[in-house]
Design a protein around this ligand. Structure first.
Ligand code: AMP
Ligand code: MG
Length: 416
């Protein structure tokens, strides 16, 4: 069961409109059991549309086409479809009367552009569009189904949901596709792929593994194909159990969840409270934590101690320690975490001090260096990390790394 997508529109190719149609259609077709093998975007040009249609693989079962069905002169999908299917445009009286009703209800008068929207290729079956003027069209040629839909996302989704997906589900029910996401943090793609190479090689033929990295978080996506949902789910579950034995420390969630949500839940379940003392992250950790609904149950507040005077005056960090070691140091970050924990009266505290860049690095402390401390009643731990030169990315990675250190400390129950 293979499917392809063709999106039509100059705006998609010049970056004016983001092609959300392909993403949505891809996700829906995948849920319906299709393997989406290609997505192509082409200009509103007759020749380009016909060429794209001719280039479709012979093995493809379904082609989804969106765009170019509007009432204006730049919308030329229908004549291109006519050439490809060797057919001509005829007026659909049913579509015409629906458009007339819609236009008169809105108090407008019909013009030629509106009338042209009722013209459809003779070879197609019309898919009614009750929320807009351009209808969808269903063609079949040489065992392949071609479906042409308006580009306007709500209209495309309406016709897909009302007509296309129910019919495709009826005609192609044999294959099931299941995706499962496992969230990891603390390694990098090339390294993780090396650790998991034997595991990957041992996966059953119908289960594939993909690595989706973003800011240090690597999402491992299992995609299984089969004909029995329960059996396929069980098979994927077994692989996840195996994976968990190989990288227990790296996995933070067995479904798609952000680190701040998982960490927040751990705090809540263990009845623990948290505060942050942030220098280089400027409150980003606090922002991530408070973006989770219900965070007031465990998060008390933050001191953004960016300047040394604030570290000294507000947090009470020792001036001597800063002078002796520099602000970006193990001693200072430990002191920040401990002082904040006392000041804000919490079970845990997290502190950061680093060089986000692009300037300010030295040989000893290059741009991208960060010291992170996590303090609890039991102990204070501190670790140094070195990332890259991009300020925004560094702040994001410092914050996620701090959250992950905190998560590990809570799991270790070091505070009890
Ligand atoms: P059309 O059917 O080509 O007249 O498209 C009408 C409008 O739908 C365009 O102006 C875009 O704003 C939007 N649109 C078209 N194609 C896409 C797409 N692939 N993804 C998201 N929006 C789209
Ligand atoms: Mg268009």
């Amino acid at each position: 069961m293979k499917a392809e997508i063709i999106t039509i529109g100059d705006e998609l190719l010049i970056g004016q409109t983001v092609d959300t149609n392909s993403a949505w259609i891809g996700s829906e077709l995948s849920k319906a059991g299709f393997d989406v093998t290609r997505s192509t975007s082409v200009h509103d040009k007759h020749k380009d549309i016909v060429t794209a249609l001719n280039q479709i693989s012979a093995k493809t079962d379904v082609i989804l086409i969106t765009g170019g069905l509007g009432p204006t002169s730049d919308d030329i999908t229908k004549p291109a479809l006519c050439e490809f299917f060797k057919t001509r445009l005829i007026t659909s009286s049913k579509v015409l009367s629906r458009i007339e009703n819609m236009i008169s209800r809105r108090g407008f008068t019909m013009n030629d552009n509106n009338r042209r929207q009722a013209d459809v290729p003779e070879a197609c079956r019309v898919l009614e569009n009750l929320i807009g003027t351009a209808p969808g069209m269903w063609f079949e040629k040489g065992g392949t189904i071609f479906i042409s839909l308006p580009g306007v996302p709500p209209e495309m989704k309406y016709i897909m949901t009302e007509h296309v997906l129910p019919e495709l589900n009826k005609r192609f029910k044999s294959q099931i596709i299941i995706h499962r996401n496992i969230m990891t943090f603390g390694s990098y793609e090339a390294k993780l792929a090396e650790i998991l190479s034997d595991f990957e090689a041992s996966l059953p033929q119908n289960i594939k593994l993909a690595y989706l990295p973003s800011m240090g978080v690597i999402k491992l996506r299992f995609t299984g194909t089969g004909s029995n949902r329960a059996a396929l789910t069980e098979l994927i579950d077994k692989q996840i159990v195996k994976l968990n034995k190989i990288i227990p420390d790296l996995i933070f969630a067995k479904e798609e969840e952000p680190l701040e949500k998982v960490t927040g839940r751990l705090l809540k379940e263990n009845n623990l409270t948290l505060c942050t003392a942030e220098s280089c992250t400027g409150g980003r950790i606090a922002q991530m934590i408070t973006s989770v609904p219900g965070s007031s149950d465990y998060f008390k507040g933050s001191v953004i101690a960016y300047d040394n005077t604030i570290k000294i005056k507000l947090l009470g960090v020792s001036e001597e320690i800063i002078e002796k070691n520099g602000a970006v140091s193990e001693q200072v970050v430990r002191n920040m975490a401990e002082k904040a924990r006392n000041l804000l009266d919490t079970d845990f505290s997290v502190a950061t001090s680093g060089i986000a860049g692009p300037d300010g690095g030295t040989d000893e402390k290059p741009v991208g260096t960060v010291w992170i401390a996590v303090a609890s009643e039991k102990e204070t731990i501190a670790e140094r990390f070195v990332f890259g030169n991009d300020r925004k990315i560094n702040i994001e990675r410092f914050s996620l790394t701090a959250l992950n250190l905190l998560r590990k400390q809570i799991i270790n129950k070091k505070m009890v």
